[in-house]
Design a protein around this ligand. Structure first.
Ligand code: MN
Length: 239
């Protein structure tokens, strides 16, 4: 029997609550793409993260709470949201181990932001109060999660373009933070109509793609959403 690519999903967690969780769309996207999704326990124990980095074929860094701004050299501004130190400790430590092994990383929303911070970039803690925009998009959309609400324009010299085959997409938007200064060695490969950064990748041949929107909630409404999961799981199958 063919062994399916093993895809680690980072756990969702709300500080103070007695549970971790997985949003079903992440599992569905990986399952439909032919991968075997497994949600990791919430931990920063180095030996667990070390084994996970070696055991799994690819890593999906999911959406969640705001990263603590201390990880990019800032204090917590008034408009910053809820922080989960537990997720921060796990995400940043695991991502560094995975980067060292050059295994595929796919980041969604917070995951995309974590990718930039892990490599030395920073974030806007709050788009509405920090980014001047003449015609603001609704980055925290009022509509249901499976409705695409704003456009992103994609660089043609990017992995994202090679995956979706389009220079622009309509996406959903459930964030109030965004990539600020891109980390060294990365590039922003998609921007929203109001200039907000919406995707990040690395200028080398590894699969390192972060998107600010939520393809896991667009699986049944936008064909480009499944293309991202398929490309990610395919990249995890190479070894
Ligand atoms: Mn957006």
């Amino acid at each position: 029997m063919r062994t399916l690519p093993r895809i680690a999903l980072l756990p969702g967690f709300t500080p103070g609550e007695p549970k971790t969780y997985t949003v079903r769309g992440y599992e569905q996207g990986v399952l439909r793409a032919g991968g075997f999704p497994v949600t990791l326990p919430l931990t920063d124990r180095p030996e667990i993260l070390e084994q996970a980095a070696h055991f799994f074929d690819g890593f999906l860094f999911v959406g969640g709470k705001d990263l603590h701004p201390r990880h990019y050299g800032q204090e917590v501004l008034e408009a910053c949201g809820l922080i989960s130190p537990e997720n921060d400790a796990m995400d940043l430590a695991l991502m560094k181990k995975v980067l060292a092994l050059r295994k595929p990383i796919f980041g969604i929303c917070r995951g995309c932001q974590t990718m930039n911070v892990a490599l030395g970039g920073d974030l806007y803690q709050d788009i509405p109060s920090q980014i001047p925009r003449s015609a603001p998009c609704q980055h925290r959309q009022q509509s249901p999660d499976n409705v695409a609400t704003h456009r992103v324009t994609i660089r043609e010299d990017s992995l994202l373009y090679r995956i979706v085959g389009q220079t622009s997409l309509m996406v959903n938007s459930l964030h109030h933070q965004a990539i600020g200064t891109p980390a060294p060695g990365t590039m922003v490969s998609a921007i929203a109509s109001d200039g907000v950064s919406e995707a990040i990748e690395r200028s080398d041949d590894s699969f390192f793609l972060g998107v600010q929107w939520h393809p896991e909630r667009l699986l049944d409404t936008e064909p480009h959403a499944m293309k991202l999961f398929s490309a990610f799981v395919k990249a995890c199958s190479r070894s």
